[in-house]
Design a protein around this ligand. Structure first.
Ligand code: ARG
Length: 301
């Protein structure tokens, strides 16, 4: 009878074939940006008058002209990079409307409207739906949602999956609704830290065509962390400090990554992977609990 001791097996063939993966820092394929279409809403009426996340302190004053200038910088930067920016009219009764990412999710030209968790933001959903109806989207391409979902705050799109946050805002039921509507597999991820109340505060899609992301594991439940590690073994893992600067609330076009400039630890790892990180100052909008990504809804054709 032969020995079953692994030490007696031929040494030139490992028992388990190791996964051969391209080292992110050694990648030779150059990054490429693809033109995007974004929907934004100017912070004309931005203020922090209520608190629905731990970043919001209504006693802290907001410098409105500065908020506007910071937002205009972001809008102009997108345009300078060759992207299209459409604008939504701000409503004086809706101070959080600047966070346009929350108003809908658009994939393959189909629009899943939002349904907000908090009454303070509820009316934003209709403003977004009317915008789509008035701007060329066919009625059957637009779905008024049944379940609570806060748009791209909790839905992130890669080539293979739609990643979907839950735990604070979007209902787990909205994940099935999105899967059925978009016909793409939806992966539910449980958020556990109130500072990272939306998925887009804890995870950012860097290369949507190749399922590449960066995220902060501490924002997720142990099970969801394991799911992320399995789906994205090569992900850029953010430190607590960069996550706390809302560094993951970023937007990538495949090459340029626009992110809060205070997330200083992310720049080098992004460059190592071939991305071109661009630091933005959205300090006034951080007072409402949002940054680059929150202000940007992507309209995917
Ligand atoms: N004050 C807003 C809220 O709590 C901020 C939304 C930020 N948006 C985002 N996509 N994470 O709802």
């Amino acid at each position: 009878m032969g020995s079953t001791d692994p030490a007696d097996l031929p040494q030139d063939r490992p028992l388990i074939r190791p996964h051969v993966r391209e080292e992110p820092s050694l990648r030779t394929t150059p990054r490429a940006s693809s033109p995007r279409r974004y929907l934004m809403c100017p912070p004309t009426h931005f203020s922090v008058t209520y608190s629905i996340n731990p970043w919001m302190d209504p006693t802290k004053p907001v410098d409105l002209p500065l908020a506007l200038a910071q937002w205009e910088d972001l809008r102009d930067r997108y345009r300078a990079l060759g992207h299209t920016v459409d604008l939504l009219d701000p409503d004086p009764a809706l101070p959080d409307m600047v966070y346009a990412a929350n108003g809908a999710t658009v994939v393959d030209g189909r629009v899943l409207g939002a349904k907000f968790a908090h009454p303070e933001r509820a009316a934003e959903a209709d403003a977004h739906l009317s915008w789509f109806r008035g701007n060329g989207w066919a009625e059957d391409a637009v779905r008024v949602p049944e379940h609570v979902n806060e748009g791209e705050g909790d839905f992130a799109v890669t080539d293979s999956w739609i990643l979907a946050g839950r735990g604070f805002r979007s209902s787990p039921l909205s994940h099935d609704e999105a899967q059925e509507f978009f016909g793409r597999p939806v992966i539910g991820l449980e958020l556990v830290d109130p500072r990272y109340y939306h998925l887009d505060t804890a995870l950012c899609v860097l290369d949507d065509a190749h399922d590449e992301v960066m995220y902060y594991p501490g924002a997720f439940s142990p099970g969801s962390r394991a799911v992320l590690a399995r789906l994205f073994p090569d992900a850029l893992i953010a430190t607590e400090a960069d996550a706390a600067a809302l560094g993951l609330n970023a937007v990538s076009d495949g090459l340029h990554v626009l992110l809060p400039q205070a997330a200083v630890g992310l720049f080098e790892p992004l460059r190592d992977r071939g991305f071109d990180p661009i630091g933005m100052d959205l300090g006034e909008l951080l007072k409402g609990g949002g940054s680059v990504k929150c202000c940007t809804q992507e309209l995917r054709g």
